[in-house]
Design a protein around this ligand. Sequence first.
Ligand SMILES: [Zn+2]
Length: 143
Amino acid sequence: MSEKKEDVRFGKFGTVSFTRTTRVNDFIDYLENGKVMYTHCKTCGANFFPPRADCAGCLSSDMEWREVSGTGKLVSYSELQYAPVGFEKDVPYSIAMLDYGDYQVFGRLDKGLKLGDVKIGMMMTTVVNHLDNGQLNYIFKKA
Ligand SMILES: [Zn+2]
């Protein structure tokens, strides 16, 4: 059936995106420990989310992991009706951007939030979320 086919594709999608670089594996390890991380360039001070192995600003590889902690301000969000291959069952969901001052984090809003309660400028936290299928992601919750 078509549903079985989708599951196979999802497996491949996960394998490709999660094993390509050790940086991504580190990010997953941190998620398993309940932490959402970004990388900070020790040479020029730039911050990157999603994490990068090399600085886009000064090309340094002297990067360190830092935890996304505290609250960020919601700067934008939008509800998606269509999702990338492998995520069809998740829609509709809302993607959003939080401004933490020194860096911005892009992700999903907590599905438990009603869109009517979501306001630009509200303070939110980034938390690790355990999915029913055993995988992990992170979501934004009301602070
Ligand atoms: Zn740099």
